[in-house]
Design a protein. Structure first.
Lengths: 325, 415
């Protein structure tokens, strides 16, 4: 039994799939040197010619990935910071997402785009953003955002095995913060499932990434006050696991959705829509969203960033209020 | 004796004028009933009486202006004029406030006591709960899901406790062997915990038969699903032309069962103690639900009748069953039973064998739904479940399964 961090889980999985499948190669900025977060540390020497540096051109990185997937490779692109992925938006959303539809299911694009996202690292406006909502909106792109190292292992493997384009989001604040005992081979996991990680009957909290950990911490604190939370780790943001989402919402009738992405047009709106549409008769309170405020840049200054980001204190306050409703 | 004073009608108001007295000394005055009209520089208003009683003395004549808080009149109060302090209510809201909520709720804030969430309304309707009678624990006295659920749980506990009371008819043995006398019917009827429904002869008979069948016959159950799209078309075509009675699915089903039983005589049988009697004729019992209870009249020699003949025969039995005019001979010598449970909307049921017969089939509701058909395509078909309970002493699953498979094949071939 070994304890691994999120970044170790990612590194180990990339190593494993490179060893297992000749068609797998990695493409991204500074990958040969190990990448800015060390996700590819040592892999370029171990797999010569299969860990490739790319110029600072995200559209090109994703475009090359699409082309390689067309030719039967299993490419894994890394966008150094999710903030820069929008340069490749057109490649992902106008090309990759619809290839199997355009070919009537005859061709698939087995490609993965990995990218670190999220705030809490004093990264400022270009190294802290949440970009998931833009891509989760796009049918044809699967969006995965795990929270625990074990899920990084199993879902990254599942993403590489998936015949469709998968955007694999790695929360950079959790890279070295979150550690977990993992044992043996990664679980056989599949994309599209959420998990109820904690059960309580007062309210249900939905979160992913760093916010999942903050929600669990808040739930622990609230339990000491007699408020019991159900906490759902969404894991996959597109397609959403409606069954688990509705089950968890119905269990308490009070729903709190947490994301650090800004409120308007964020994933919380879609979750709230699904719950309002299908679990209306089980609701005991208005659905509540706790999200980043609607301002474009995430602040750099520590005080300002703390004010911007939801955290365990804000989650607990919102949960208390909802429990008392 | 209480004194009514000039109110402050507005922030900066310091005095007011009595325009007109609406009550005179000796008049009875209800709480909030207008005493007089007063006027200030900002507003004119009626002054509602803060007390209930009899107007004593008028201290300020009409047209006179006095300062705020000056006495206007006296009232002889009636004994119960002071509303009691809402002690219980303020105690009830003290708890959530102490529970860490930041809402500084004033005593007895019931401003949201009549706001009911969807789940609260649904649970209340389902469990017949009077929401107005619940003291809500939510903000503003709102009734929460957990409040309603607590009441439902409590009721269930009470019901379970009530069920635990020994039935009146069963004498309760005491440890020393004494027997508590069974209460007589009058005592039981006087109980307010339940109503006593005397058993009709039919109900008693059904009860005996069911208990006997369950106790004596070890019953097994299986179910198959049939695509009856052909039957649905056939019946809708023939129904239009059919005269006299409404053509239902039941005659088709009865006919198919009767013919299939010809090939499976092991199911067209009765269990008689130490022997099994296989019958040469199919006397088909038809289960009919009536106001008096379930009856199972028999169509003798059902295999000899056409679908049209069965339709008329069953229609006659149903009519007479509802009218209570079935004869003894209608009820005898059944060899197998058909139950049209689909008529109640059921899609799967587990019938009890009509002892001493050894088999009973149910035809469940015909539902249109997508199914996988040949060539890996999906089509909308009319599907029906057929469930069979059988006396496992008389035959085994393999024979029962073969019978169901044959029945399914015949049904699917219709139309």
């Amino acid at each position: 039994m070994a304890e691994v961090s999120v970044i170790e889980a990612v590194h180990e999985t990339l190593d494993e799939v490179l060893a297992a499948d000749e068609r797998v190669f990695l493409l991204g900025e500074d990958l040969e040197a190990g990448g800015v977060f060390r996700a590819t540390d040592g892999l370029s020497a171990k797999y010569p010619g299969r860990v490739l540096d790319a110029p600072l051109a995200e559209s090109s990185i994703i475009g090359i990935t699409i082309g390689a997937a067309h030719y039967g490779q299993r490419p894994i692109a890394e966008i150094q910071f999710a903030d820069f992925i929008h340069a490749g938006f057109d490649q992902l959303c106008s090309e990759a997402s619809r290839w199997s539809w355009r070919t009537r299911g005859e061709q698939y694009l087995p490609m993965v785009v990995r990218t670190p996202w999220g705030g809490g690292v004093h990264g400022g406006q270009h190294h802290s953003q949440s970009i998931e909502a833009y891509y989760a909106h796009m049918p044809g792109i699967k969006v995965v955002a795990p929270s625990f190292p074990a899920d990084y292992r199993s879902l990254l493997k599942a993403a590489i095995a998936d015949p469709n384009p998968v955007l694999f989001l790695e929360h950079k604040r959790t890279y070295r913060l979150i550690r977990q005992e993992v044992d043996g081979a990664p679980a056989e996991d599949r994309i599209g499932k959420s998990r109820i990680t904690r059960r309580g009957d007062d309210l249900t909290v939905f979160a992913y990434g760093l916010m999942l950990h903050e929600s669990l911490a808040a739930a622990e604190e609230l339990a000491g006050e007699g408020i019991e939370c159900t906490v759902v780790d969404l894991l996959t943001l597109n397609p959403l696991d409606r069954e688990t989402i509705l089950e968890a919402a119905r269990a308490t009738g009070k729903v709190l959705i947490v994301h650090e992405d800004t409120l308007t047009g964020g994933l919380g709106g879609e979750l709230a829509g699904i719950i309002a549409e299908h679990a209306f008769e089980d609701l005991d309170a208005p659905i509540r969203r706790l999200a980043g405020p609607d301002i474009p840049p995430i602040p750099f200054h520590e005080v300002m960033e703390t004010a911007f980001m939801p955290d365990r204190t804000k989650i607990a306050a919102a949960a208390r209020d909802l429990a008392a409703y | 004796m209480a004194t009514v004073t000039m109110p402050q009608l507005g922030e900066s108001v310091t005095e007011g004028t009595v325009l007109q007295w609406l009550k005179q000394p000796g008049d009875t005055v209800a709480l909030d009933e207008p005493l007089c009209e007063i006027e200030t520089e900002k507003v004119a208003a009626e002054l509602p009486s803060p007390f209930e009683g009899t107007l004593g003395e008028i201290l300020v004549p009409e047209g006179e202006t006095v300062e705020v808080d000056a006495p206007l009149c006296t009232i002889e109060e009636v004994a119960v004029s002071v509303p009691p302090e809402p002690v219980a209510a303020s105690a009830a809201v003290a708890e959530p406030a102490a529970n860490g909520t930041d809402a500084p709720s004033p005593a007895a804030d019931n401003s949201r006591a009549d706001v009911y969430s969807p789940v609260v309304q649904r649970l209340a309707a389902k469990h017949d709960i009077d929401l107005a009678a619940i003291a809500g624990s939510g903000r503003g006295g709102r009734v929460t899901r957990k409040d309603v659920q607590a009441l439902i749980d409590e009721r269930e506990r009470e019901a379970a406790a009530a069920d635990g009371i020994p039935a009146a008819a069963a004498p309760l043995p005491l440890p020393d062997g004494e027997v508590v006398p069974t209460p007589d019917v009058a005592t039981v009827a006087a109980s307010d915990a339940y109503d006593v429904v005397p058993l009709s002869a039919t109900r008693r008979k059904i009860g005996e038969n069911m208990a006997r069948s369950t106790a004596e016959a070890p019953q097994a159950w299986m179910m198959v699903e049939a695509d009856v799209s052909g039957l649905v078309d056939l019946r809708s075509r023939e129904r239009e032309r059919f005269v006299g009675v409404d053509l239902t699915y039941l005659p088709y089903f009865a006919s198919t069962v009767a013919h299939t039983l010809t090939d499976f005589p092991e199911l067209n049988a009765r269990w008689h103690g130490d022997e099994l009697r296989r019958y040469r004729r199919v006397n088909l019992g038809i289960a009919i639900a009536t106001e008096r209870g379930l009856v199972v009249p028999v169509v003798p020699n059902a295999r000899d009748l056409s679908v049209a003949g069965l339709a008329r025969r069953i229609d006659d039995l149903v009519a007479r069953a509802h009218a209570g005019k079935l004869r003894i001979e209608d009820m005898e010598a059944g060899t197998f039973t058909v139950n049209n449970t689909g008529a109640f909307g059921s899609i799967a049921s587990n019938p009890i064998v009509n002892h001493p017969q050894i088999g009973i089939v149910t035809m469940e509701r015909v539902v249109r739904r997508p199914v996988v058909v040949e060539g890996d395509a999906i089509a909308i078909r009319s599907m029906m479940n057929i469930a069979l309970s059988f006396d496992h002493r008389a035959l085994d699953g393999a024979e029962a399964g073969a019978f169901l498979a044959a029945l399914k094949e015949r049904l699917e071939a219709l139309g």
